[in-house]
Design a protein around this ligand. Structure first.
Ligand SMILES: NC(=O)c1ccc[n+]([C@@H]2O[C@H](COP(=O)([O-])OP(=O)(O)OC[C@H]3O[C@@H](n4cnc5c(N)ncnc54)[C@H](OP(=O)(O)O)[C@@H]3O)[C@@H](O)[C@H]2O)c1
Length: 326
């Protein structure tokens, strides 16, 4: 039902800002940049028209779409509560249909792994998903148990990416993850953080260990990772997933009520979410971003950031300056 309702809106929502303006002018209708800048209805048009862009995981050459989904907090729901499950159901069903594939989760996100496992079963789409989870136990035996629980809850024999969450017990976990990769139980492994206080240790591990991936916090108003972590990841040929791309919603407060600048349309940006995400995924070291996405509307909007033209370096600076001055 939700899908059909969405389809019925397509004729309006697939118009882009310039097409809408052209039509409006032809019809003698004035549309202010403020109205165009609201983004929500118009954000969907890129989803249907332009191909999803992807980047390469350096250790294998496999490509992943620029935008995935994060599942912290919003995927912690009662599985018997249809009202809570239905929006998540649509997200997991539509993610690969719309051209995305990455789901990032963790044992510490309540029952998110269970929810994702159930929904992938329901839609029989496990093979189309790039499934990333984490391990975060100080005690190694507990960590091994946590990993086995992840396989069971996610209802999968292979986890695409398993990362050491916030560096917990990293020295002992990396050899274990390496072995699991050799056994074919996981395809990639890495480390995550979202705390600048951990960056020094994070950089040390990134500089000295063989890794497929890192995950780090990076947003248009949180750019510390640009200083050393992103260049180091590039030097080390490690894929980069970025977490907290909206600062848990904080960046939308920075944008406030102002319309999206007209020049953003040159980069196929139709919403502030796409503005924030394109800033991130256009960084040369970044492989993908994983915005917390628990509704179909957010999914369509966010995936729009993986389509169309990407800002160049000068434009990225302009984008960051705009937010810094907001
Ligand atoms: N150390 C780690 O390993 C670590 C740490 C943090 C996060 N993560 C991962 O990174 C993911 C992303 O972080 P996050 O979910 O905490 O925060 P986030 O992605 O920065 O922000 C998510 C929030 O932004 C809002 N949002 C999403 N799409 C939107 C759109 N198109 N338009 C307007 N608002 C939108 C939603 O708010 P509402 O739902 O309130 O509307 C959503 O909850 C996590 O889900 C998790 O998978 C990992």
């Amino acid at each position: 039902m939700t899908h059909n309702r969405h389809r019925s809106k397509q004729s309006i929502s697939t118009l882009n800002r310039r097409e809408l303006l052209r039509l409006a002018l032809g019809a003698g209708i004035g549309i202010s940049s403020g109205v165009l800048g609201m983004g929500s209805a118009f954000a969907q048009r890129t989803v249907e028209r332009l191909p999803i862009e992807s980047k390469t995981i350096p250790s294998t050459g496999e490509r992943v779409p620029l935008i995935g989904i994060g599942t912290a907090r919003r995927f912690t729901v009662d599985i018997d509560d249809d009202a809570a499950m239905d929006p998540l159901r649509e997200v997991v069903r539509q993610l690969p249909i719309l051209g995305g594939n990455m789901i990032d989760t963790a044992p510490s996100y309540g029952n998110a792994e269970e929810v994702i496992g159930l929904l992938m079963q329901e839609f029989n789409n496990r093979e189309e998903i790039f499934l990333a989870t984490k391990v975060r136990q100080q005690d190694t035996a507990d960590a091994l148990q946590e990993i086995e629980d992840s396989f069971r809850l996610l209802q999968t024999d292979v986890i695409d990416l398993l990362q050491v969450h916030n560096l917990v017990n990293v020295e002992n976990m990396l050899p274990i993850l390496r072995e699991m990769k050799q056994e074919g139980r996981i395809r990639y492994y890495g480390i995550t953080t979202s705390f600048p206080g951990q960056y020094e240790d994070f950089e040390r591990v990134l500089a000295t260990e063989e890794l497929d991936f890192i995950q780090v916090d990076y947003a248009i108003d949180n750019r510390e990772a640009e200083e050393r972590i992103l260049p180091l990841a590039r030097d080390r040929d490690v894929a980069v997933q970025t977490n907290l791309p909206f600062g848990r919603g904080r960046v939308f407060e920075a944008f406030g009520d102002q319309p999206i600048p007209e020049w953003a349309a040159e980069y196929d940006i139709d919403s502030w979410a796409q503005f924030a995400l394109k800033y991130i995924v256009s960084h040369p070291a970044v492989t993908c971003a994983i915005p917390g996405t628990a509704t179909l509307r957010y999914l369509e909007d966010n995936l729009g950031a993986s389509r169309g033209r990407m800002p160049d370096e000068a434009t990225r600076q302009r984008m960051a300056d705009l937010i810094a001055s907001a």
